[in-house]
Design a protein around this ligand. Structure first.
Ligand code: CUA
Length: 336
C-alpha cells in the first residue's frame, strides 16, 4: 500500500522514497564508461542527442517535482474546499504550461536534429554503404581510391568529416545505430535510408542493430574505426591490396571446398551468396559480427564451433578435420 490512511489523512510513507532511491542505484551504475552510451557523445550528432536528453531529463524532472509538491500541498493543506487560485492552476498548469513546454521542446529539438540529416551542410561528405543481413553488416566503400571495396562488420571512416551512411537491408527490418557518433536509422529491404555520423577524433567506436531482427539480433555488432586522412587511405589500401584474395598465399583448397561458395576474399566483388566478405578478416577486431574478439585461436575455434557461439547463424556447421581447419585459417590469415 503506497498511501497509508491513519486518522483519516493520507500519509506518504518515507520508506517508499527510500525504496525508489535504492531501486535507481543499479540504473545509475550503468552510466559509467560505456562504448554504446549516447550520453558519451563523440561527434556533433550524438552531442545534440545527448543535449536534448539532458534538457528533457532536467526539464521534466523539475515538472515532476512541481507536480509532486502540489500533490503534497493538496494532501496536507488545512482548509477544505477549492482554493481561490484553482482556476489559474487548471488553465495555467494544465493547458498553457504543457503546450508551451512541448512546443518549445519540439522547435528546439527540430533544430538539434539537423546535424543528423544528410543535408548539403558540412560538405565534403564521406559516403559509405551498409547493408544489413541476418546477422551481420555488409560494408561497401563506393568511393575508395581505385574502385569500390567490400568488407563486413567493420567500418572505416575519416575523423572530423561528416559521413553519410546509406543503409539498406537484405532480408528483414534492422536498425543501424552508432550511439556515440549519431542517431539510429532503420534498415529496410528495398529502400535506402541515409544517416549522418561524425567522429570528432580518431578512435574506435561501436555500433549495433537496434531493431529486433531474429534469434541473433544481439550478436549483430559493428566496429567503427575513425582515422585521420592518411591512416584511412592506408587502411583502405590494405583492404584493397594487402589482404587481396588474388595475392593471397597459402593452400586455398580447403577454403575453396568449404567456404568459397558463399564467402568472397576478393574485396572488389561480392560472392553470389550473401555472406561476409573475408578479404581483410585477419585485420578485424571481432569475429561473427562482434560475437568474439578476433585472434588466431578464436578463428580456429569459430570454424569448429560457430553454431555454439552464435546459434542459428546462416553458416552451416560443417565437419572439418583438424588439418582443414588449420588450412582454412592459415589461408584467411595469409598476407603477402
Ligand atoms: Cu539486425 Cu537486430
Amino acid at each position: 500500500m503506497l498511501w497509508g490512511a491513519r486518522g483519516g489523512r493520507p500519509r506518504p510513507p518515507a520508506r517508499l522514497g527510500l525504496q525508489l532511491a535504492a531501486g535507481s542505484v543499479p540504473l545509475l551504475v550503468g552510466c559509467g564508461s560505456a562504448p554504446l552510451s549516447m550520453l558519451q557523445p563523440a561527434g556533433p550528432g550524438s552531442a545534440d542527442i545527448a543535449q536534448v536528453w539532458w534538457a528533457m531529463l532536467i526539464g521534466f524532472g523539475l515538472v515532476y517535482l512541481g507536480v509532486m509538491a502540489l500533490v503534497l500541498y493538496a494532501a496536507y493543506r488545512k482548509r477544505p474546499g477549492a482554493p481561490a487560485a484553482v482556476r489559474w492552476l487548471l488553465v495555467g498548469g494544465g493547458l498553457v504550461l504543457p503546450t508551451a513546454a512541448v512546443l518549445a521542446l519540439l522547435l528546439w529539438g527540430i533544430g538539434r536534429g539537423q546535424s543528423l540529416l544528410p543535408t548539403a551542410q558540412g560538405t565534403p561528405v564521406y559516403r559509405v554503404e551498409v547493408r544489413a543481413h541476418q546477422w551481420w553488416w555488409q560494408i561497401r566503400y563506393p568511393d575508395a581510391p581505385g574502385g569500390a571495396l567490400y568488407s563486413a562488420n567493420e567500418l572505416h571512416i575519416p575523423a572530423g568529416v561528416p559521413v553519410d551512411v546509406h543503409v539498406s537491408s537484405n532480408d528483414v527490418i534492422h536498425s543501424f545505430w552508432a550511439p556515440r557518433l549519431g542517431g539510429k536509422i532503420d534498415a529496410i529491404p528495398g529502400r535506402v535510408n541515409v544517416v549522418r555520423l561524425q567522429a570528432d577524433a580518431p578512435g574506435d567506436y561501436r555500433g549495433v542493430c537496434s531493431e529486433f531482427c531474429g534469434a541473433q539480433h544481439a550478436r549483430m555488432g559493428l566496429v567503427i574505426h575513425a582515422h585521420d586522412a592518411d591512416a584511412l587511405r592506408a587502411r583502405l589500401q590494405q583492404l584493397a591490396g594487402g589482404a587481396h584474395g588474388r595475392l593471397r598465399t597459402g593452400d586455398a583448397r580447403a577454403y575453396e571446398q568449404h567456404c568459397a561458395a558463399c564467402h568472397s576474399v576478393d574485396p572488389t566483388a561480392e560472392s553470389s551468396q550473401p555472406a561476409p566478405n573475408l578479404a581483410d578478416l585477419p585485420l578485424r577486431a571481432t569475429l561473427g559480427a562482434g560475437t568474439v574478439d578476433n585472434s588466431p585461436a578464436a578463428l580456429r575455434y569459430w570454424l569448429r564451433h560457430h553454431q555454439a557461439q552464435k546459434p542459428g547463424n546462416r553458416m552451416p556447421q560443417q565437419t572439418l578435420t583438424d588439418a582443414e581447419v588449420e588450412a582454412i585459417a592459415t589461408y584467411l590469415e595469409s598476407r603477402p
